[in-house]
Design a protein around this ligand. Structure first.
Ligand code: SF4
Length: 205
């Protein structure tokens, strides 16, 4: 397929990223910064979609547009390389670094504190902020927003995420169904942000 580069992330985020990653992306563009755990969650996701280490470094360097090259190199470069397994030696020993976080991990570990943007908006945002974010990324259908609200109240964030996926991709899903081009794995519940990306990306073709 097309090469995934630092430059393509803006458009890929809008078209194919789950809400947790769109939220990180929008926060990065707004603040020209993300805190540690958000960088880690996002870096591992970007690595998982096939962004190379070089392109990922370019992406972060350009994203952190208010700091000097020197500060970037001193404070941020190492962690990106570490996530890719390019440096460091603990659980990183096999050389390919850490794997992307699953929804389960994002939902259950390190809830975001003030000023942090990682986590899952379907769990960690209140209903009002969640609705505002969904509307900002183009999900304005009232019955979908109502469904999300109910999923959230029942503490079923994945249900909300799958609901939004099905809504956003309703035309492609209908076509794939009609053409019989969807296999069983494409009908399974999404439980990983990279699975969300992969399915979304595949449906566009
Ligand atoms: Fe991200 Fe998973 Fe939450 Fe969806 S359910 S927004 S993929 S953490």
């Amino acid at each position: 397929g097309d090469e995934i580069t630092a430059r393509s992330i803006d458009s890929l985020a809008t078209a194919h990223f789950p809400l947790c990653m769109q939220n990180l992306h929008r926060s990065l563009r707004r603040d020209a910064h993300l805190k540690h755990y958000g960088r880690l969650q996002y870096t591992l996701f970007l690595k998982g979609i096939g962004l190379s280490l070089e392109e990922c470094l370019t992406f972060w360097r350009q994203g952190f547009s208010k700091i000097t090259e020197d500060t970037f190199n001193k404070e941020y470069r190492y962690n990106v390389r570490h996530a890719y397994g390019d440096v460091g030696g603990d659980s990183n020993r096999r050389g390919n670094g850490y794997s992307a976080f699953s929804c389960q991990k994002i939902l259950s570990e390190h809830p975001p504190g003030p000023g942090e943007n990682h986590g899952c908006p379907y769990r960690h945002f209140n209903v009002e902020n969640l609705t505002t974010l969904l509307q900002a990324v183009g999900v304005t259908d009232r019955s979908v927003l109502q469904g999300v609200k109910e999923d959230k109240e029942k503490q079923k964030p994945h249900m909300a995420c799958n609901r939004v996926f099905e809504h956003v991709h309703r035309n492609e899903l209908r076509r794939a169904k009609d053409e019989g081009t969807m296999n069983a794995s494409e009908l399974e519940m999404l439980v990983h942000p990279n699975q969300y990306f992969k399915r979304s990306y595949a449906l566009k073709k």
